[in-house]
Design a protein around this ligand. Structure first.
Ligand SMILES: [Zn+2]
Length: 633
């Protein structure tokens, strides 16, 4: 799994307009001060409740509290994991993510980037070839695939000939060896290289983020021994991780909490075309544990719709044994025509329509019934054997509660006890990557409640709000702010601002700037506490015309430090000569501040001299602070 550094993520985020990304999914309207409103997709939203703030790079729903940055939105909306969301956003923005992985050398990541580009090129080329192939177009028409479906699944055509694609790839800067690495060409015995896919209908296999990682090729010549041929595993294609169609069906699988698992590309595409969209197919392999792990995040039920022949039954049984331990309840059914002959989902949908298919789904057998019908145990011995077999399946389920429910069911149906004591699990119990809530677990993980933050704006002096905003909106001030609010200052115990939130805001902003080397509202938002995030969201849109911001920065500091000095004064009791001395210095300080302000505003000194004086004045404030007794009252 790739790992992207915070620098990369920040850089990507800063280049993407979150409003543009969200508008890709839901309509947005301008709401003034540069923000947008739209209907929240995360709850049943009648009136637009979702605010999108491009300056901070965040969205927030006032009604259901959904909110976050652009990655979070894509992650939640598309039901994908974080990395996939990052890749989605990068794809959207045309941003080149470094293809680095942990423990991966540059060579491997370069190869992956190359294979990815080459697959993309191949996909475009195959699609353009399709429109020129009468044969391929006719084939698709015969299989009732519409143009829309064809485009959605990037169906193309690889013409006959040895170097059709290779020639095109070479023209585009790739080598024949690159084509071999990408699985698009094969090495011949004489040392040459030729196209792997010839006279085949080409179906693009995409990963979760919609990136083309491989192809499935359907023979159209009629004389190839292999009806289907898939890309071999490559730097980007790992069969056991890829579910065909999942990039399209993910959202509806999550919505329905169920997934229909089919065998073939055309089964999937026909169902999808007919509006049955919660469907996936394992491509070029039987269903794997990885596949089941992925699906378990979205689905509670899996409908296994395989062929009724011996191979199909074997695949059904295997898939059942794989999804069950992940907490997905398998349901099985075989489709048939009214006359009873078996039929695959593709033909079924084309002959009887998607509604008939949905109707058939409701007739699916639960896995226990299915196994009982298949095995048909009659004698007491057969029944005992059968019970111990299904119990072994139940034992493989990681979720204790689900296990108990199934045991109850088995004991009711087969009049047997509910114990698993002497039952062997069909495989070692699967270790779930995340805690699974179960009735008898001792260490249930309770999610940490995010503290409800709120800001009492009435308590913050307007000048301090404006100063915070000044720093937020003017990256040009950051070096000056870092100079003023430096380490000595931070460790002096001084609170320049009356508002603790503003104090916190300024010190955090400077710290983040010093650590990251740059300043952006989005970066701050990412790193802020919930309270500071709220504060940030509440700051008004304002602009300063340079060099106005520099002037205001130092002028405000003189006012703030005068006020600070007054507060310090009240904390120094007049009980010693030293205290009297300090008090006198404080009065001088206040006069000094007024004086430099006056000199500057009457242009007796320039901005640099003014800034110098303000920065120097800090040493006095720190001295006063040190004079405050520890038990100051
Ligand atoms: Zn909402």
């Amino acid at each position: 799994m790739p790992f992207y550094s915070p620098e990369i993520l920040n850089d990507l985020r800063s280049r993407v307009d979150i409003a543009q990304v969200i508008e890709n999914f839901i309509p947005l309207k301008r709401s003034g001060n540069g923000n947008y409103m739209g209907r929240c997709p995360f709850h049943d939203d009648r009136s637009p409740s979702m605010n999108v703030n491009p300056t901070l790079g965040i969205y927030k729903c006032f009604a259901c509290n959904a909110g976050g940055n652009v990655f979070k939105f894509v992650q939640e909306h598309e039901k994908i994991d974080f990395i996939a969301a990052v890749e989605w956003v990068a794809n959207f923005a045309g941003y080149a993510l470094p293809q680095q992985e942990k423990n991966e050398n540059a060579e491997v990541s370069e190869e992956r980037a190359m294979v990815r580009k080459l697959n993309e090129l191949a996909c475009q080329w195959f699609e353009s070839q399709l429109s020129m192939s009468q044969k391929a177009l006719e084939y698709l028409a015969n299989r009732h695939i519409t143009e829309e479906t064809r485009k959605l699944f990037h169906i193309g055509y690889a013409p006959d000939g040895r170097e059709g694609f290779i020639g095109y790839a070479v023209k585009n800067g790739f080598s024949p060896l690159d084509c071999v690495k990408a699985g698009l060409a094969v090495e011949r015995e004489n040392g040459g290289v030729s196209d792997k896919f010839r006279d085949r209908l080409m179906i693009a296999i995409q990963n979760q983020s919609g990136i083309v990682v491989a192809f499935g090729g359907r023979d159209l010549s009629g004389n190839s021994p292999a009806k289907y041929m898939n890309s071999p595993e490559s730097a980007t294609y790992h069969k056991s991780d890829i579910l065909f169609g999942f990039n399209h069906s993910r959202v509806s699988i999550a919505k329905e909490k169920s997934v229909i698992i089919v065998e073939g590309y055309f089964d999937l595409m026909s169902l999808y075309q007919g509006g049955v969209t919660n469907v996936v197919a394992a491509s070029g392999t039987a269903l794997t544990e990885n596949h089941a792990n992925i699906l378990s995040r979205y689905a509670k039920t899996a409908y296994l719709v395989f062929d009724g022949d011996a191979a199909g039954k074997k695949a059904t049984l295997r898939s059942l044994e794989i999804v069950l331990p992940k907490g997905i309840a398998p349901r099985v059914f075989a489709l048939s025509r009214p006359d009873g002959t078996k039929i695959d989902p593709d033909n079924f949908v084309n002959e009887q329509g998607p509604d008939a298919f949905r109707q058939a789904l409701t007739q699916a057998e639960d896995w226990l019934n299915y196994l009982a019908m298949e095995r048909n145990p009659r004698s007491p011995e057969e029944r005992a054997e059968f019970v111990s077999y299904v119990k072994s399946l139940v034992k493989s389920i990681d979720d204790r509660e689900l296990q108990n429910q199934y045991l109850k069911l088995i004991s009711e149906r087969y009049n047997t006890d509910r114990s698993l004591a002497h039952v062997k699990s069909i495989k070692p119990a699967y270790k779930a990557p995340r805690p699974v809530a179960s009735s008898n677990s001792q260490d249930e993980v309770i999610p940490q409640l995010e503290q409800e933050a709120s800001i009492d704006w009435a308590m913050i002096p307007p000048m301090e709000v404006r100063f915070a905003n000044l720093i937020l909106r003017n990256p040009t001030l950051m070096d000056r702010a870092a100079e003023y609010f430096d380490m000595d200052w931070a460790t002096s115990g001084i609170q320049l601002f009356e508002s603790r939130v503003v104090e916190d805001f300024v010190s955090s902003t400077v710290a983040i700037y010093l650590e990251s080397g740059y300043h952006s509202p989005q970066l701050l938002y990412e790193n802020f506490s919930p309270e500071l995030r709220l504060f940030l969201e509440g700051l008004p849109e304002e602009q300063w015309k340079s060099p106005q911001e520099i002037k205001e920065f130092y002028q405000t500091l003189t006012v703030l430090s005068t006020k600070l000095c007054d507060r310090q004064k009240r904390m120094i009791p007049l009980n010693s000569n030293d205290a009297v001395e300090i008090r006198m210095q404080m009065s001088k300080f206040t006069q000094g501040m007024q004086k430099i302000n006056q000199l500057y505003s009457t242009e007796k000194i320039d901005i640099n001299a003014f800034a110098d004086q303000v920065v120097k004045s800090r040493s006095m404030l720190m001295k006063f602070q040190a004079a405050i007794p520890d038990n100051g009252y």
